[in-house]
Design a protein around this ligand. Structure first.
Ligand code: ARG
Length: 505
């Protein structure tokens, strides 16, 4: 079915682990920045029947996906109340957002760490369903260290350098999460996929935490079941234009979320992890849920603390924390819809990249050895895909994050694929018909954004919207990068070349 044998099948896409889906219920300290009434409160805007059941489209998490997840709780109005997330980063320490533990102090009489308004701070580890939390899963906080440069910035006093660690009163023997050591493993540099989890709100209409019962007694939380979802990381620009620029800082923050706002973290998720996966599917934490304008709002991605920017702080308190220079998972999975969307968008730039197979021609025989020659007439970032008559898209170049750096081309620079220049054998598609080779030159800062999709088999509900939002985001990002063009020609820094060809037996 694959015509060009070294290509990775798009089927790899369906191995992506999490999907997008459902939510839960409520609860958050009142004074958090999202609650600032001076921010426009565009509420979650799916049709009611969808909003009521789907919330922010997180999905119940599998416990085994988040074994290091920590839930923070205190006591409000006499009721145990869950209000933030965190992650175990060593047997003694949990990572969270500074704003989750702001103002915490040690009560000299009891020796316990307390937060203003919610009393003694506790950490629950190993819980996916808060109704089943047992006393042996509950830890008391015996120390709280907030990043020394934590502050509130901008007109909305959003948290800046929003990171802290909390010490457990006894060792946690379960899994800990690895932390991203550098911006090289932070997948937002190529707009890669990320995943978050939390017990936060799934619907803005949820003003207060819900009440539940557990063996321990009654408690309050926005939801009782841990939710998770996949969201794309975004260019810093997507957040710095949407949020008060004076406080958005891409060295300490990661921007993530759909442009359509379909899936988002929300109040109560703060402090929890934003994770990425490496090439082998192993997770590592890149972000901490920090703030956003309302939740799930179109055009308003959310802000996550960039963990790699705080390696020194974390290591100064928790030297045993594991930092990793990870090689991120393969991220360019283009769909037919995405490719067609991109072709439509760049139509006026068609012809600025010449594409040929061998010495030219458009009809090839099965088994024939071929090489693809790409000659761009503009400078920029090269992307090459193949679309076959069955609708399958194959990535030709660059197909993984490691190739990003070699994808920059100059005008008249001839590129030969496969990259080694060795010819490869071509075979007919499963469905008869023509195939299309599509080569694009995109503005340099586009890096690698693919039409990444969650695992469809695990995603229900508004997947169509999500699906479209991926290619929407990609085209949105392309247009955004096109606006850097030095002249009034919006296509000055883009080019496209298409080649229709067929392969016969
Ligand atoms: N500040 C919130 C909290 O304390 C997290 C908000 C995340 N907002 C968003 N739109 N993703 O729980």
């Amino acid at each position: 079915m694959r015509k060009i044998q070294y290509l990775q099948p798009l089927a790899g896409l369906f191995l992506l682990a999490f999907a997008a889906c459902t939510g839960m219920a409520s609860a958050q300290p009142d004074a958090f920045p999202d609650e600032d009434p001076s921010w426009p409160r565009t509420e979650f805007s799916l049709p009611d029947e969808t909003a009521g059941t789907k919330g922010f489209n997180t999905q119940p998490a599998r416990k085994e996906d988040w074994p290091f997840f920590a839930a923070l709780r205190g006591t409000r109005n006499g009721l145990v109340t869950y209000d933030c997330g965190g992650t175990a980063i060593s047997s003694e320490w949990v990572l969270t957002a500074a704003h989750c533990v702001e103002g915490a102090t040690k009560n000299a009489a009891t020796g316990q760490w307390e937060r203003p308004g919610s009393g003694a701070l506790q950490i629950v580890l190993g819980a996916r369903d808060l109704k089943t939390v047992a006393p042996n899963q509950v830890y008391n906080a015996t120390d709280v260290r907030i990043a020394p440069n934590f502050t509130r910035g901008g007109a909305n006093k959003v948290p800046v350098n929003d990171i802290a660690v909390v010490k457990l009163d006894r060792p946690w023997n379960g899994p800990v999460v690895r932390l991203s050591a550098s911006s090289a493993s932070d997948v937002d540099r190529f707009f890669g996929p990320a995943y978050f989890a939390g017990f936060g709100k799934t619907d803005m209409r949820q003003k207060e935490p819900e009440r539940y019962n557990s063996a321990e007694g009654p408690f309050a939380a926005y939801t009782d079941i841990l939710g998770n979802a996949m969201i794309p990381t975004r260019s810093p620009k997507a957040c710095s234009t949407d949020y008060q620029v004076d406080s958005y800082d891409s060295t300490s923050m990661i921007c993530a979320g759909y442009d359509t706002g379909i899936i988002d973290s929300c109040q109560g998720d703060s402090g929890g992890p934003l994770i990425a996966r490496d090439f082998a599917g192993r997770v590592y934490q890149i972000g901490i849920v920090s703030f956003g304008e309302s939740c799930g709002v179109r055009g308003k991605p959310a802000v996550y603390t960039r963990v790699s920017g705080f390696k020194d702080f974390v290591q100064s308190v928790v030297p045993e924390a594991v930092f990793v220079d990870a090689k991120p998972e393969k991220t360019v999975y283009m769909t037919k819809a995405g490719l067609e969307n991109l072709i439509r968008t760049l139509k006026p730039a068609d012809g600025k990249v010449s594409v040929r197979i061998n010495e030219g021609g458009s009809e090839f025989r099965s088994g024939e050895r071929v090489r693809i020659f790409i000659d761009p007439s503009v400078k920029g970032r090269l992307w090459v895909f193949d679309l076959d008559p069955s609708g399958a898209v194959s990535c030709l170049f660059p197909c993984n994050a490691g190739e990003v750096d070699t994808a920059l081309v100059e005008p008249q620079q001839s590129v030969v694929l496969p990259p080694g220049g060795v010819s490869i054998s071509i075979s007919p598609p499963t469905v008869p018909g023509d195939s299309t080779l599509a080569a694009f030159v995109l503005p340099e800062r586009m890096a690698l954004i693919g039409d990444t999709l969650p695992d469809l088999s695990r995603t229900k509900g508004p997947i169509r919207t999500v699906w479209q939002s991926y290619s929407d985001i990609m085209v949105f990002e392309v247009r955004d990068a096109m606006s850097d063009a030095p002249t009034s020609d919006p296509y000055a820094n883009t080019g496209m070349g298409l080649l229709t060809y067929s392969v016969s037996e």
